[in-house]
Ligand binder design. Structure first.
Ligand code: EPU
Length: 421
């Protein structure tokens, strides 16, 4: 038996939806919390997603006390933690388990862990993370799917990232908080999640400056203490609901949003002719049947996020004309297009790009969520399609969207879970 999501398309959605805390910030903040050498870390706005469950399992395997309170509050007490090898099966369930490399190396100057897993989006190397650790003085051994990273001492260094990698920037920041002297990360990634992690580490006593710009400096400190932190809203969940509203709503209010984090998406939707009202912490979107074609090119923040090109693609099938999505981050991230073709979309997939010829009608079919944002893309398509869409491998969706189907039901969607053979 497999649990699938089924959607009967064509319902007009209406109402308001509250966006949860950022998944990609959360999955870094949880490992970052083990850098507290005394006191508890209380994180608020933690989304109820399976990635959080897996990271909590990893914390518990290190003897860290984790309490999941109601109201999205996670209390983490690393005071009696032990640095044993991270070979728990949960390591391979998500990519972000790699943040334990930087956090454990920073705290103990030694980490043993299995290769992290996560969504397959084409090759996802971690060479820049490892080069950063080496620059701080660590040695790295890799054998039979496991890393051993260790150092006598970590010493601040100047590190230039060939690509502004989100993961490498955060991992090096965590490894460097206790390093002697100053570390600078040049060509650092500028995503809002990086600022959120630096903000929490600074509340704990770290000396990190420049997060959100392309040069981050970290002055090593002796100890970090517990703190209380509220996670920023999830800009990708917000973007997904904004696209859903444009695709399937009469009118929808998306609340708990930082519109500044979504400028690339909002300006593309404006170009398409989607009627929107943008306020300080919410966006109101009205659906429209007259959409213009647009060209998208994914770029590091503040460019168009790769994580939103998949949810946006079904909306482009409704635009009049030829839209192009060009990937510069994950050039193979087009598996959703194959599923959308099955539903009737007229898409040519060429190397690193998809060309969407619109308008075309979508029809419900059996499709598979090959990764998290592919899953979101299929939900958008299912809401737009004629007939019933059946989505398989929905564990990908549950990894990163809190109660996506429940939130959509509250907005009037005909979406449900069912066990099928
Ligand atoms: N890269 C390297 N070497 C490295 C690291 C990255 O070549 O050592 C390359 C990657 O292959 C990619 C580019 O650099 O082409 C950018 O990758 P980045 O390291 O920034 O990605 P990430 O940190 O692994 C995070 C998000 C992804 C999101 C990307 C890009 C988390 C846990 N994941 O991944 O989110 O797509 O940044 O913005 O924060 C998702 O939420 O669905 C998701 C996949």
């Amino acid at each position: 038996m497999e649990e699938v999501i089924k959607i009967e398309g064509g319902q007009k959605l209406k109402g308001s939806v509250r966006i949860s805390g950022s998944k990609n910030a959360t999955v870094a903040l949880i490992p970052a919390s083990i850098l507290a050498t005394k006191g508890k870390v209380n994180i608020f706005g933690v989304p109820n997603i399976s990635d959080v469950g897996h990271l909590s399992q990893l914390l518990r395997s290190l003897n860290v006390d984790v309490i999941q309170h109601d109201n999205e509050h996670l209390e983490i007490d690393p005071s009696v933690m032990v640095n044993i090898a991270l070979d728990h099966p949960a390591v391979t369930k998500l990519r972000a388990s790699y943040y334990f490399m930087g956090a454990l190396l920073g705290r103990y100057k030694q980490v043993n862990m299995k290769m992290p897993g996560g969504c397959y989006l084409g090759p996802r190397p971690i060479d820049l993370h490892l080069k950063g650790f080496e620059a701080l003085g660590a040695q790295i051994e890799y054998s039979q799917g496991s890393y051993k990273i260790f150092a006598k001492e970590l010493i601040g260094a100047k590190i230039y990232l060939d690509i502004p990698s989100v993961g490498a920037t955060i991992n090096i920041m965590m490894a460097a908080v206790f390093a002697k002297g100053r570390t600078s990360i040049e060509n650092a990634a500028k995503e809002p999640e990086i600022i959120d992690v630096a903000t929490m580490l600074n509340k704990m006593g770290a000396q990190i400056r420049g997060a959100g710009t392309n040069i981050i400096t970290i002055d090593g400190v002796e100890e970090l203490v517990g703190c209380t932190h509220e996670i920023i809203p999830d800009r990708i969940e917000a973007g997904t609901f904004i696209v859903i509203a444009a695709a399937a709503a009469d009118e929808m209010v998306i609340e708990n949003v930082i519109p500044h984090h979504l400028e690339a998406l909002l300006s593309k939707l404006e170009e398409m002719g989607v009627p929107m009202t943008i306020e300080i912490d919410k966006v109101t979107v009205r659906g429209s049947d007259h959409l213009k074609d647009v060209d998208i090119q994914t770029m590091p923040y503040p460019g168009f996020p790769t994580d939103l090109q998949q949810p946006l693609t079904p909306l482009l099938t409704r635009a009049n004309g030829e839209s192009t999505v060009k990937e510069t981050i994950y050039i193979e991230r087009f598996k959703h297009c194959i599923e959308l073709q099955r539903m009737g979309a007229n898409i040519n997939i060429i190397p690193a790009s998809a060309i969407i010829h619109g308008p075309s009608r979508l029809y419900g079919d059996k499709v598979t969520a090959t990764d998290l944002r592919c899953g979101a893309s299929l939900v958008v398509a299912g809401l737009m399609a004629e007939g019933v869409t059946e989505i398989h491998d929905i564990y990908h969706i549950d990894r990163g969207y809190e109660n996506l189907d429940g939130k959509l039901r509250d907005l009037g969607a005909n979406i449900w879970r069912e066990n099928v053979e």
